[in-house]
Design a protein around this ligand. Structure first.
Ligand SMILES: C[S@@+](CC[C@H](N)C(=O)[O-])C[C@H]1O[C@@H](n2cnc3c(N)ncnc32)[C@H](O)[C@@H]1O
Length: 283
């Protein structure tokens, strides 16, 4: 894999992140500074600004992309609400954020008896160890490469009919994977997750494939979009246990025209231009 150095100021050891790893700076910047740009969408992240200050990354270019900042705040609020609901139903369940970057959902979602796992590629976890402390004995961290087989077992996640239900979060991750890698991730979840488990991910339409250079934030990272669904069945065909529970709009509130444009795109193409998808299991 070709590595490039993200642009950090010289006070700290330069941290080498690959293009796809450096995309974590986009949501980190939005959670650190987005509240003042969109007060009505504020997420009140108590960790992001401090983490960003310590790595001293130059993120002005990401904050100029207001639509993406709005999208991150909106999806954060949605995922947080979906997780609150999940832990109401499963108070001892697991929240598992894969490709977690430097996001810190457990600050809001520690319900006293639930567990939380944050996992990402080794370089990212190294950075995370440095910047974000564990928030108690039920908060766990691990390295994972989701493109390798058997990651569910390697992470020690609950399995089988009597395991605790898992809420799996894949936020800003699947669009960087190839179609067969996405299918393998969904199959791994459906093969092992205990009954009651759910998966929440964001989805960027297939039309964005190959065009990250035109995205006003992702272009600065040199990562590429490799996958987007052509129909919603693309989320469930990997395994017979998978079912679509809900779709959630993310960008509709950005501008008066956004809701209309997002709805028109969905009506014409059968998938959201960008949104959240919630999957459940048929048992
Ligand atoms: C856009 S960032 C999103 C970070 C975080 N989910 C958030 O919303 O703040 C994409 C993340 O996916 C991670 N990622 C990419 N490929 C991965 C892989 N094969 N296995 C695990 N994580 C991966 C990157 O390292 C990066 O942290």
């Amino acid at each position: 894999m070709a590595f490039q150095t993200a642009e950090f100021k010289p006070e700290r050891e330069p941290l080498r992140l690959s293009p796809v790893e450096s995309t974590l700076l986009i949501p980190l910047a939005a959670r650190a500074h987005g509240d003042r740009l969109f007060p009505a969408m504020a997420v009140h992240d108590a960790c992001a600004a401090a983490a960003l200050a310590r790595i001293q990354a130059e993120v002005g270019c990401f904050l100029q992309d207001r639509l993406s900042v709005y999208g991150v705040l909106s999806r954060t609020r949605l995922i947080r609400a979906l997780a609150q609901d999940f832990f109401m139903r499963h108070p001892q369940g697991w929240g598992v954020n894969l490709g977690c970057g430097l996001s810190a959902y457990f600050q809001w979602l520690d319900k006293g008896r639930n567990h939380w796992l944050d996992a990402d590629l080794p370089h990212v976890m190294q950075l995370r160890h440095e910047l974000l402390p564990l928030l108690g004995p039920r908060h766990h961290q691990a390295s994972v490469d989701l493109r390798t087989p058997h990651w569910w077992k390697a992470l020690g996640l609950p399995r089988g009919t009597h395991g605790r239900p898992v809420l799996l979060i894949l936020e800003g991750v699947l669009m960087y994977f190839k179609a067969d890698e996405v299918e393998a991730v969904l199959r791994e979840f459906a093969t092992h997750a205990p009954p009651g488990s759910e998966l929440v991910c964001d989805t960027l339409s297939w039309m964005a494939m190959g065009s990250a250079a035109h995205h006003p934030s992702v272009c600065h990272t040199h990562a590429q979009f490799h996958w987007g669904p052509r129909c919603l069945a693309d989320f469930t065909r990997a395994h017979p246990r998978l079912r679509l529970k809900a779709e959630h709009p993310v960008l509709d509130g950005y501008h008066p025209a956004s809701a209309w444009m997002c709805a028109a795109f969905r009506a014409v193409w059968g998938v959201p231009v960008y949104g959240l998808v919630q999957l459940a299991l048929k048992d």
